[in-house]
Design a protein. Structure first.
Length: 203
Protein backbone atom coordinates (compact mmCIF):
# COMPACT_ATOMS: atom_id res chain seq x y z
CA UNK A 1 0.00 0.00 0.00
CA UNK A 2 1.62 3.23 -1.11
CA UNK A 3 0.81 6.84 -1.89
CA UNK A 4 1.77 8.02 -5.36
CA UNK A 5 2.50 11.73 -5.65
CA UNK A 6 2.73 13.44 -9.05
CA UNK A 7 4.55 16.76 -9.32
CA UNK A 8 5.18 18.92 -12.37
CA UNK A 9 8.84 18.00 -12.97
CA UNK A 10 10.36 15.52 -15.42
CA UNK A 11 9.27 11.87 -15.55
CA UNK A 12 7.69 9.19 -17.74
CA UNK A 13 4.16 8.32 -16.66
CA UNK A 14 4.43 4.90 -18.35
CA UNK A 15 6.40 3.71 -15.29
CA UNK A 16 3.56 4.34 -12.84
CA UNK A 17 1.65 1.32 -11.55
CA UNK A 18 -1.28 1.97 -9.21
CA UNK A 19 -2.76 -0.92 -7.25
CA UNK A 20 -6.27 -0.94 -5.83
CA UNK A 21 -5.15 0.06 -2.31
CA UNK A 22 -2.82 2.83 -3.50
CA UNK A 23 -3.65 6.53 -3.28
CA UNK A 24 -2.76 8.89 -6.16
CA UNK A 25 -2.40 12.61 -5.43
CA UNK A 26 -1.44 15.22 -8.04
CA UNK A 27 0.22 18.47 -7.06
CA UNK A 28 -1.11 21.24 -9.30
CA UNK A 29 0.28 20.92 -12.87
CA UNK A 30 1.34 17.34 -12.14
CA UNK A 31 -2.25 16.53 -13.13
CA UNK A 32 -1.38 17.28 -16.77
CA UNK A 33 0.76 14.10 -16.84
CA UNK A 34 -2.17 11.96 -15.71
CA UNK A 35 -5.34 13.44 -17.19
CA UNK A 36 -5.12 11.47 -20.46
CA UNK A 37 -4.17 8.14 -18.88
CA UNK A 38 -6.18 5.33 -17.30
CA UNK A 39 -4.83 6.19 -13.85
CA UNK A 40 -7.47 7.37 -11.38
CA UNK A 41 -6.51 10.54 -9.53
CA UNK A 42 -7.89 10.55 -5.97
CA UNK A 43 -6.88 14.05 -4.84
CA UNK A 44 -5.68 17.19 -6.61
CA UNK A 45 -3.79 19.72 -4.48
CA UNK A 46 -2.52 23.15 -5.44
CA UNK A 47 -3.00 26.86 -5.88
CA UNK A 48 -3.59 26.08 -9.59
CA UNK A 49 -1.36 28.89 -10.81
CA UNK A 50 0.07 26.54 -13.46
CA UNK A 51 -3.03 24.51 -14.41
CA UNK A 52 -5.22 25.89 -17.19
CA UNK A 53 -8.46 24.30 -15.99
CA UNK A 54 -9.48 22.70 -12.69
CA UNK A 55 -10.98 19.25 -13.40
CA UNK A 56 -14.23 17.95 -11.94
CA UNK A 57 -14.99 14.63 -10.28
CA UNK A 58 -11.83 14.70 -8.11
CA UNK A 59 -11.34 15.77 -4.50
CA UNK A 60 -9.85 19.27 -4.84
CA UNK A 61 -7.73 20.93 -2.12
CA UNK A 62 -7.38 24.58 -3.18
CA UNK A 63 -4.40 26.35 -1.62
CA UNK A 64 -3.61 30.07 -1.41
CA UNK A 65 -1.06 31.41 -3.89
CA UNK A 66 1.11 32.79 -1.08
CA UNK A 67 2.00 30.02 1.36
CA UNK A 68 4.94 28.55 3.27
CA UNK A 69 4.62 24.96 2.00
CA UNK A 70 5.03 23.84 -1.60
CA UNK A 71 2.12 22.13 -3.39
CA UNK A 72 4.12 18.89 -3.39
CA UNK A 73 4.72 19.00 0.36
CA UNK A 74 1.03 19.65 1.04
CA UNK A 75 0.14 16.69 -1.21
CA UNK A 76 2.45 14.46 0.83
CA UNK A 77 0.92 15.70 4.08
CA UNK A 78 -2.52 14.70 2.77
CA UNK A 79 -1.21 11.20 2.11
CA UNK A 80 0.21 11.00 5.64
CA UNK A 81 -3.14 12.11 7.10
CA UNK A 82 -4.77 9.19 5.29
CA UNK A 83 -2.35 6.74 6.93
CA UNK A 84 0.19 6.11 4.17
CA UNK A 85 3.81 5.49 5.17
CA UNK A 86 5.34 4.65 1.78
CA UNK A 87 5.52 7.31 -0.95
CA UNK A 88 6.59 7.13 -4.60
CA UNK A 89 7.07 10.70 -5.77
CA UNK A 90 7.21 11.46 -9.50
CA UNK A 91 7.85 14.81 -11.15
CA UNK A 92 9.91 16.14 -8.24
CA UNK A 93 13.19 16.47 -10.16
CA UNK A 94 14.34 18.50 -13.14
CA UNK A 95 13.43 22.07 -13.90
CA UNK A 96 14.59 24.66 -11.37
CA UNK A 97 17.36 23.32 -9.14
CA UNK A 98 15.96 24.97 -6.02
CA UNK A 99 12.74 22.97 -6.41
CA UNK A 100 14.69 19.72 -6.72
CA UNK A 101 16.72 20.57 -3.61
CA UNK A 102 13.57 21.48 -1.67
CA UNK A 103 12.19 18.04 -2.52
CA UNK A 104 15.36 16.39 -1.24
CA UNK A 105 14.82 18.27 2.01
CA UNK A 106 11.31 16.79 2.10
CA UNK A 107 12.92 13.32 1.94
CA UNK A 108 14.93 14.15 5.06
CA UNK A 109 11.79 15.40 6.81
CA UNK A 110 9.93 12.18 6.00
CA UNK A 111 12.87 9.93 6.92
CA UNK A 112 12.97 11.46 10.41
CA UNK A 113 9.30 10.47 10.76
CA UNK A 114 10.09 6.87 9.76
CA UNK A 115 8.34 7.32 6.41
CA UNK A 116 9.79 5.70 3.28
CA UNK A 117 9.82 8.04 0.28
CA UNK A 118 11.44 7.82 -3.14
CA UNK A 119 11.89 10.55 -5.75
CA UNK A 120 11.64 8.96 -9.21
CA UNK A 121 12.31 10.18 -12.73
CA UNK A 122 13.19 8.37 -15.97
CA UNK A 123 16.50 6.85 -14.83
CA UNK A 124 17.06 8.13 -11.29
CA UNK A 125 15.71 7.19 -7.88
CA UNK A 126 16.60 9.18 -4.76
CA UNK A 127 16.04 8.14 -1.15
CA UNK A 128 17.14 9.31 2.29
CA UNK A 129 18.56 6.40 4.29
CA UNK A 130 18.56 6.26 8.08
CA UNK A 131 20.11 3.63 10.36
CA UNK A 132 19.47 0.13 9.03
CA UNK A 133 20.31 -2.37 6.29
CA UNK A 134 19.25 -1.87 2.67
CA UNK A 135 19.38 -4.63 0.01
CA UNK A 136 19.46 -3.79 -3.71
CA UNK A 137 18.55 -6.72 -5.96
CA UNK A 138 19.26 -7.04 -9.68
CA UNK A 139 20.07 -3.39 -10.40
CA UNK A 140 22.36 -2.23 -13.20
CA UNK A 141 23.88 1.21 -12.95
CA UNK A 142 25.47 3.48 -10.38
CA UNK A 143 24.88 4.24 -6.71
CA UNK A 144 26.03 7.46 -5.06
CA UNK A 145 25.90 7.92 -1.29
CA UNK A 146 26.27 11.32 0.38
CA UNK A 147 26.20 12.04 4.09
CA UNK A 148 23.25 14.35 4.74
CA UNK A 149 24.11 14.67 8.41
CA UNK A 150 27.49 16.12 9.38
CA UNK A 151 29.00 12.63 9.52
CA UNK A 152 27.67 9.14 8.82
CA UNK A 153 29.17 5.66 9.25
CA UNK A 154 28.40 3.20 6.48
CA UNK A 155 29.24 -0.25 5.17
CA UNK A 156 29.05 -1.12 1.46
CA UNK A 157 29.07 -4.75 0.31
CA UNK A 158 28.95 -6.33 -3.17
CA UNK A 159 29.41 -3.13 -5.17
CA UNK A 160 32.52 -2.32 -7.20
CA UNK A 161 33.96 -0.33 -4.29
CA UNK A 162 33.37 -1.63 -0.78
CA UNK A 163 33.66 0.07 2.62
CA UNK A 164 33.48 -1.31 6.13
CA UNK A 165 32.28 0.86 9.02
CA UNK A 166 33.61 3.90 7.19
CA UNK A 167 32.99 7.49 8.23
CA UNK A 168 31.80 9.82 5.46
CA UNK A 169 31.29 13.56 5.73
CA UNK A 170 28.85 16.06 4.24
CA UNK A 171 31.88 18.13 3.18
CA UNK A 172 33.45 15.58 0.80
CA UNK A 173 31.77 13.54 -2.01
CA UNK A 174 33.56 10.23 -1.40
CA UNK A 175 30.58 8.06 -2.26
CA UNK A 176 29.86 9.19 -5.82
CA UNK A 177 29.36 6.77 -8.74
CA UNK A 178 29.87 3.37 -7.16
CA UNK A 179 28.82 0.61 -9.55
CA UNK A 180 26.42 -2.30 -9.11
CA UNK A 181 27.94 -5.65 -10.04
CA UNK A 182 26.31 -9.04 -10.51
CA UNK A 183 25.78 -9.75 -6.80
CA UNK A 184 22.99 -8.30 -4.72
CA UNK A 185 24.28 -5.14 -3.05
CA UNK A 186 24.02 -4.32 0.65
CA UNK A 187 24.26 -0.89 2.28
CA UNK A 188 24.36 -0.60 6.06
CA UNK A 189 23.89 2.79 7.70
CA UNK A 190 25.40 2.46 11.18
CA UNK A 191 24.79 6.10 12.10
CA UNK A 192 23.73 9.33 10.45
CA UNK A 193 21.48 10.11 7.51
CA UNK A 194 22.62 9.30 3.96
CA UNK A 195 21.29 10.51 0.61
CA UNK A 196 21.14 7.63 -1.89
CA UNK A 197 21.02 8.33 -5.64
CA UNK A 198 20.68 5.46 -8.12
CA UNK A 199 21.17 6.04 -11.84
CA UNK A 200 20.04 2.95 -13.70
CA UNK A 201 21.55 1.70 -16.94
CA UNK A 202 19.23 0.81 -19.77
CA UNK A 203 19.41 -2.85 -20.83
Amino acid sequence: MKCIIIGAGNFNNENIIKNSDDLLICADAGYSYIENTNLKVDILVGDFDSLDEIPTGIDIYKLPTEKDDTDLFVAIQEGIKKGYRVFDIYGALGGRIEHSYANIQILANLAKQGITATLIDQATTIQMLTEGTYIYIDIKGYLSLFSYSEESIITIKHLKYELNNYKISNLFPLGIDNEFIEEDATIIIHSGMVLSIINKKND
